[in-house]
Ligand binder design. Structure first.
Ligand SMILES: Nc1ncnc2c1ncn2[C@@H]1O[C@H](COP(=O)(O)OP(=O)(O)OP(=O)(O)O)[C@@H](O)[C@H]1O
Ligand SMILES: [Mg+2]
Length: 383
C-alpha cells in the first residue's frame, strides 16, 4: 500500500497547533516527502515559540506513524533566528515565517537557554544506554572517513566493547555499501527502529531507509533533525561506544551536528597532503568551538603499500598529520596505509578488520581502537 501526501495531510489535520488552527493551516509545514512509506517534513516556527511546538511535533509524528503503510516518520521542528542576532528574539514578530536562509535558520536544539536554565532539548540530553558517542570527522570529503569509522568501530569491538555505528552522512550514506547491509530496520513495540546487527555491531544509516538511487533533498534544518532522530528514535540498547560517521566538511550543518549530538569526543581523519591538513585544522577548530574534545588525528592513506611485495612508499610525503598533531597538541592515533585490500574489502561490504582479522591492517585499526578506548576509559567505566 503506498502512502500519499494527502493521507499525511489528513492525519495532520487532526493535530491542533498553538495558533488555534489545525497543523496544515498553521503555515508552518515544509514540503512533505513521502517515499515508499517513509515520511519526512519539517515544522518551521519562530525561535521564541519553539517550546510550545515541541509537543505538536510529537503529536504530528504519532499521527503520521498511525497511517497504515507508514514505516518511518521523521518530523523536524526547526526554528528561525533572525540573522545577526546571537539569541532568539524575545518577542516573535507575527507572520515572520519567511524562508530566507541568510544564516538565520537554526534547529531548535541549538538555541541556548537563558543563563543557568536547563533546556530539555539541548545537546546535554544524553542517550540512555550509550556511554560514549564519538564522531569521526574530516575537513574534506573522500579522505576515508567512512572506511575508518567502520574499521575503528570493529577495532573497538575487538577491545571487548559493545559498539554501534551511526552513519550520519545523510547526503551520501556509504555504510550500506561498506557493510553490505541492504535490509530495512524493523520497528519495535515502541515504534523505535531496531538497528541492524552485523559484525557484532549495531548499525544504522539513512541509507537503509531510502533506495540507493533516491535523491534525498535535505533543507539545512532537516539534516539535524534527521540525525537526532536517528540517534533518539533508534533502539540502540546498551552500548559502550557509538561511532558516528559524520558528513564531510565543516560547514553549518556539521557545526550544528557537533553542537547538538552529546559527543564525548571527535576523531579527525586526514590524508598526508597539505590541503587535507588545512581542512583537518578546520575540523579541529570546529570541535573546539563547541567544546568537544578531539581524541586525536588519524592519518589515512598515509603511505602506499604494494599489494605484491609489501614495499612501503611514502608517495604523499608521509608524516604530515603526526607533525601537525604534535604542533596542535592533539594526540596522534595512527597511520593507515593506502592498500588495495582496504579498498577491496570496503567495496565488497566485508570490512578488513572483520574479514582479515589476522592481517596487518586489522592490527592497525585495533591499535587505534585501543588508544581511543584508553581516552574514554573514565566514561566507559562509569557506564
Ligand atoms: N587506507 C585506504 N586504502 C585504500 N583505499 C582506501 C583507504 N581508505 C579509504 N579508501 C577508499 O577510498 C574511498 C573513499 O573512502 P571513504 O568512502 O571511506 O571516504 P569518506 O571520507 O567517507 O568519503 P565521503 O566524503 O564521500 O564520505 C573508498 O573507495 C575507500 O575504499
Ligand atoms: Mg563517507
Amino acid at each position: 500500500m503506498s502512502v500519499t501526501q494527502q493521507q499525511v495531510l489528513d492525519a495532520l489535520s487532526k493535530v491542533m497547533s498553538p495558533r488555534g488552527v489545525a497543523l496544515p493551516h498553521a503555515n508552518v509545514l515544509s514540503a512533505i516527502t513521502v517515499t515508499d512509506g517513509k515520511v519526512f517534513f519539517s515544522v518551521n516556527v519562530d525561535a521564541a515559540e519553539a517550546r510550545a511546538w515541541e509537543n505538536v511535533r510529537a503529536q504530528a509524528e504519532t499521527a503520521v506513524r498511525a497511517i497504515p503503510g507508514v514505516t518511518v516518520a521523521m518530523i523536524a521542528l526547526t526554528a528561525e533566528r533572525k540573522p545577526g542576532s546571537a539569541t532568539p528574539p524575545p518577542v516573535p514578530k507575527p507572520h515572520s515565517h519567511s524562508h530566507g536562509h541568510a544564516g538565520g535558520v537554526q534547529p531548535v536544539a541549538s538555541h541556548r537557554p537563558p543563563q543557568g536554565g536547563q533546556n530539555p532539548m539541548s545537546k546535554q540530553a544524553e542517550i540512555a544506554g550509550i556511554a560514549a558517542i564519538i564522531a569521526v570527522a574530516s575537513g574534506k570529503g573522500g579522505v576515508g572517513k567512512s572506511t575508518t569509522a567502520l574499521n575503528l568501530a570493529l577495532g573497538l569491538r575487538d577491545q571487548g566493547l559493545r559498539v554501534g555505528l551511526l552513519d550520519a552522512d545523510i547526503y551520501g550514506p556509504s555504510v550500506p555499501r561498506l557493510t553490505g547491509i541492504h535490509e530495512k530496520p524493523q520497528l519495535n513495540a515502541e515504534r523505535k527502529m531496531i538497528p541492524i546487527t552485523r559484525f557484532g555491531l549495531s548499525i544504522m544509516s539513512i541509507g537503509f531507509l531510502v533506495e540507493e538511487d533516491t535523491a534525498m533533498i535535505w533543507r539545512g534544518p532537516m539534516v539535524m533533525s534527521a540525525i537526532t532522530q536517528m540517534l533518539r528514535d533508534v533502539a540502540w540498547g546498551t552500548l559502550d561506544v557509538l561511532v558516528v560517521d559524520m558528513p564531510p566538511g565543516t560547514g553549518d550543518a556539521q557545526l550544528t551536528l557537533a553542537q547538538n549530538v552529546p559527543l564525548k569526543g571527535a576523531i579527525i581523519i586526514s590524508t598526508p597532503q597539505d590541503l587535507s591538513l588545512i581542512d583537518a585544522r578546520r575540523g579541529l577548530a570546529m570541535f573546539k568551538k563547541v567544546n568537544v574534545p578531539v581524541l586525536g588525528i588519524v592519518e589515512n592513506m598515509s603511505y602506499f603499500q604494494c599489494p605484491h611485495c609489501g614495499t612501503r612508499s611514502d608517495i604523499f610525503g608521509h608524516g604530515g598529520a603526526r607533525h601537525e598533531a604534535e604542533k596542535l597538541g592533539v594526540p596522534f592515533l595512527g597511520e593507515i596505509p593506502l592498500h588495495m585490500s582496504i579498498r577491496a574489502t570496503s567495496d565488497a561490504g566485508t570490512p578488513v578488520v572483520d574479514s582479515e582479522p589476522d592481517g596487518p591492517h586489522a592490527a592497525i585499526y585495533r591499535a587505534i581502537g585501543a588508544k581511543v578506548r584508553e581516552q574514554l576509559q573514565g566514561v566507559i567505566a562509569a557506564a
